[in-house]
Design a protein around this ligand. Structure first.
Ligand code: AMP
Ligand code: MG
Length: 474
């Protein structure tokens, strides 16, 4: 029997045969989980224009340099700049333009005063606008004149006189920012009660993204933030890789679909669910999930159909038993073997080959073996086919308890991860049988103990492959 191939060598053999999927244009709204087929480059800056970070009043910092609560500066409101509706004119000395968050900074302004720092802010805890408020404002205005501002007591009196009530849009809202300046409030004057420095509350064009900047690299997997970035730079639809099409085939006379009573010696088929779900999480489109009994003809017919996909994954029937027909059927169908048997436990009798551009995997049928070999060989291939970086999420941990093994093959040990003051600790789960599917429920990682390693002591460092949300969906 041919010598089993080492895990890393087997992975290299698989990746060497990966074919990149074609590019297709997909709307950003449908592109979650896809991978970019190009670099995403911004043509224009973002934000596209200087804009306000606050609801308030655009002004010249120099005009309000002396403003304070005791000595407010009055500015004449000449216009409004709302989000999506810029002001039409420019701002001159002694003038303010009411502005909303995200609205374009008007020409002539160099800062924004928050609405809370004006007499048009939200309600003070003392209550709604009214005569009392007006009196208070007038009293304030009679205080020391602002050194640089164009204000004087008369101006303030006029303000209150011309826009009674609306001059102080003090809706009884709590501590939240008040309503944005309303169109009704764009006439008259505003009292500025705090000085601002130049650039205060201004977000500059290109703050986030500059023109020509590469925002995402080719191969990037598109999650929520990436989709938002694509929308921001206007790359919609986006060129992404087609999802690899995967056919899943389970084999075995004993397998009974859910919903049918279990006959004597029968078990339920779990692999068709674990493998199809793992494939979807790896970015694939599962085009079929089929089953074949342990018969040569039926196996060949089902495999013939599966080989029409980009990737065919057959689970079980790949060993050397008298009723294992997968290997022979693959040969009859013209699939060329690249390797059979990997120095790995669980997952020894793994087969890999190609037919034309199709990758074919024969994974051992035990429920844990099938998952471990999928994660080790199939998942990297599916990621690479979509243009992604197939490196798995590896880190190191200290082993929580000693682990002994013969030196004939590598072990992928299901572990629970625990964080202590010195870092991650990997605790091997008690039941490591390749049929113990429930051990995968508790597993946070696979500790990879190399072939030549006879054992590790508690506290020794071990490579671990994370069974995280990306690979396992939880
Ligand atoms: P095989 O690789 O066909 O020799 O199967 C190895 C072990 O895995 C046997 O105990 C099978 O019953 C079991 N097995 C094979 N396929 C499945 C499946 N789809 N779901 C659950 N167990 C399976
Ligand atoms: Mg079988």
């Amino acid at each position: 029997m041919a010598k089993a191939i080492e895990v890393e060598a087997a992975r290299r053999e698989v990746l060497a045969r990966v074919r990149l999927m074609a590019t297709e244009e997909v709307g950003v709204g449908e592109a979650l989980g896809r991978r970019l087929a190009v670099d995403a480059v911004a043509e224009t800056p973002f934000p596209p224009f200087d804009n306000s970070a606050m609801d308030g009043f655009a002004a010249r910092a120099a005009d309000v340099a002396g403003a304070s609560a005791d000595s407010p500066v009055a500015l004449t409101i000449v216009d409004e700049s709302r989000a999506g509706h810029p002001a039409t004119g420019a701002l001159g000395a002694g003038e303010a333009i009411a502005i909303s968050t995200g609205a374009m900074l008007p020409a002539g302004a160099d800062a924004v005063v928050r609405v809370e720092d004006t007499d048009r802010g939200p309600a003070t805890p003392s209550g709604p606008a009214g005569a009392e408020t007006v009196v208070r404002v007038e009293e304030t205005a009679r205080g020391p004149a602002a050194p640089s501002g164009p204000t004087d007591a008369d101006a303030v009196v006029r303000l209150e006189g011309t826009t009674p009530g609306s001059a102080t849009p003090r809706d009884p809202v709590g501590a939240d920012a008040g309503p944005p300046p309303s169109p009704a409030g764009t006439a008259g004057r505003v009292l500025i009660r705090a000085a601002v420095a130049a650039d205060a509350n201004v977000r500059h064009a290109g703050d986030d993204i500059s023109a020509g900047e590469t925002v995402l690299r080719v191969g990037a997997e598109l999650g929520p933030a990436e989709l938002g970035a694509l929308a921001t730079i206007g790359l919609d639809p986006a060129p992404v890789r087609r999802r690899p099409r995967v056919a899943v085939l389970t084999s075995g006379d004993e397998l009974t679909p859910p919903g049918r009573p279990l006959g004597l010696g029968a078990i339920r088929d779990s692999n068709s669910h674990t493998v199809a779900a793992l494939a979807r999480l790896a970015g694939a489109e599962v085009v079929s999930v089929d089953w074949t009994p342990d018969e040569r003809e039926a196996t060949r017919a089902a495999l013939g159909r599966a080989l029409g996909a980009d990737v065919a994954i057959v689970c079980g029937g790949i060993s050397v038993g008298e009723h294992d027909h997968v290997k022979a059927a693959l040969a009859e169908l013209g699939a060329e073997e690249v390797f059979w048997r990997v120095a790995l436990k669980p997952g020894g009798p793994t087969w890999f080959g190609t037919r034309g551009e199709t990758l074919a995997f024969g994974l051992p049928g035990n429920p844990v073996s099938v998952m471990v070999t999928f994660l080790t060989f199939v998942r990297p291939a599916l990621i690479a086919m979509a243009g992604g970086e197939p490196a798995s999420r590896r880190t190191t941990a200290r082993l929580g308890a000693a682990y002994e093994k013969p030196t004939d093959r590598a072990h992928a040990v299901r572990c629970r991860l625990e964080l202590d003051e010195r870092g991650w600790v990997a605790w091997p789960l008690p039941r490591q049988g390749s049929h113990v599917l429930t051990s995968m429920l508790a597993a946070d990682a696979l500790a990879l103990v190399p072939t030549e390693c006879a054992g590790l002591a508690a506290g020794d460092t071990v490579d671990v492959e994370l069974l995280d949300r990306a690979s396992m969906g939880r």
